[in-house]
Design a protein around this ligand. Structure first.
Ligand code: PLP
Ligand code: COI
Length: 370
């Protein structure tokens, strides 16, 4: 069976001969956790210098065969994306802003000297996987199918230069709440010993190495009893950038006159699609939204004075997660009473309502797959 990813890219469809038994799958979907079990299929495409993208295939989820000298294993030439597919309340399935993921994937690829995946082929590859594995999309609050497109350098060569061969893959995994405690405020640890990204580096790319470099600080945060690490800027070591795998928002004041502040995109933090969506939603809800630098001192002082009333993190995996308590070598503090604030809950509900098709999508964000 063949289909197409784009005008010049046929997709060979080889349905898996063995799929997970329906009863076992139902047990997984009942309590999916995050990123532990994968669906029956995957999409793969090869890129060869001089030839371009080829061998697009939708086939059984299976281990890869890589030469031990493959560039990705030595120099980390790898990027990824994350997006979700949701059951729509009135039936059908949709993903959320996959075109935005495709564009960001293109920017990450350019930064890592990797070939661009045509945006229509990226979206079509995601659609094809979601469609064939639609029985894997869990139903119920906080549940969705997490989709992970990624690209790795596969050329067997130890020289340090961009590879001449790549593999683009899309896999998917049923997901519940990202944090085991569900939608409860998280505690965060401000990393003063390590930095995530410096100007001119790879911070705004979704490059695998950014995450490898973050693990020690995340481990330190856990040792300090915190759920997540918060990164500050590499130059002045004063300004809040983002959280482990999430962007941050701060609420100044309360009620309809509240102002939302989110760190501006300086090139060292990831331009989150959830962040971008929430800027629009908050603005349309009547709040003032400001993208600017906000220092740890301002965060602490405003929280202590009570003028900063809420802080929340946002991202595809974590949706919107309130931040309750902040720990730092320079002094700990609590956001309001440490609970979940009303604006956090309001925006969270609005976002989920759009993603699940409970309200009319006026912005073209919801992409119907079936
Ligand atoms: N920041 C980092 C470092 C991330 O890994 C992510 C997750 O993708 C985000 C922010 C949030 O981005 P998005 O809203 O596009 O998922
Ligand atoms: C996402 O939200 O999609 C992420 O990539 C965050 C994390 C799982 C790495």
């Amino acid at each position: 069976m063949t289909d197409r990813l784009s005008a010049d890219l046929p997709l060979t469809v080889e349905p898996a001969r063995r799929r997970m038994h329906a009863g076992e799958r139902a047990r997984v979907l009942d309590s999916p956790g995050f990123g532990q079990v994968f669906t029956d299929h995957m999409v793969s495409l090869r890129w060869v210098k001089g030839q371009g993208w080829c061998e697009a295939r939708l086939s059984a989820y299976a281990p890869l065969t890589l030469d031990p000298s493959a560039t990705v294993l030595h120099y980390g030439q790898a990027i990824f994306e994350g997006l979700k597919a949701y059951h729509q309340d009135e039936g059908g399935i949709a993903t959320f802003r996959p075109d935005a993921n495709a564009r960001r994937f293109g920017r990450s690829a350019a930064r890592m000297a990797m070939p661009a995946v045509p945006e229509d082929a990226f979206v079509a590859a995601v659609d094809a996987l979601v469609d064939i594995d639609r029985d894997w999309i869990p139903t119920g609050a906080e549940k969705s199918l997490y989709i992970r497109p990624f690209m790795i350098a596969t050329e067997a060569f130890l020289g340090v230069r961009p590879a001449t061969r790549y593999l683009f893959l899309v896999i998917a995994s049923p997901a519940g709440a990202y944090f085991p405690q569900g939608v409860e405020p998280v505690s965060v640890y401000i990393s003063e010993d390590y930095v995530r990204a410096a100007p001119g580096g790879t911070g705004e790319a979704k490059a695998a190495g950014n995450y490898a470099a973050s693990l020690l600080a995340q481990q330190q945060a856990a040792e300090e009893g915190c759920d997540q690490v918060v990164w500050i800027d590499a130059v002045e070591r004063r300004y809040v950038e983002e959280m482990g795998g999430m962007n941050l928002f701060f609420v100044l004041g309360s009620g309809p006159h509240a102002e939302l502040v989110t760190p501006e995109l300086t090139g060292t933090l990831l331009p989150g699609i959830t962040r971008d969506s929430l800027i629009t939603l908050a603005h349309d809800a009547g709040y003032r939204v400001t993208e600017r630098r906000l220092s740890v001192d301002e965060w602490r002082d405003a929280a202590t004075r009570g003028t900063l009333t809420e802080t929340f993190a946002c991202g595809t995996a974590a949706v919107i997660t309130p931040v309750g308590h902040v720990q730092a070598k320079t002094g700990d503090f609590t956001i309001a009473d440490g609970g979940t604030g009303p604006i956090t809950l309001q925006l969270r509900q609005q976002l989920l309502d759009i993603q699940h098709g409970r309200v009319v999508d006026t912005r073209g964000w919801v992409h119907r797959v079936a």
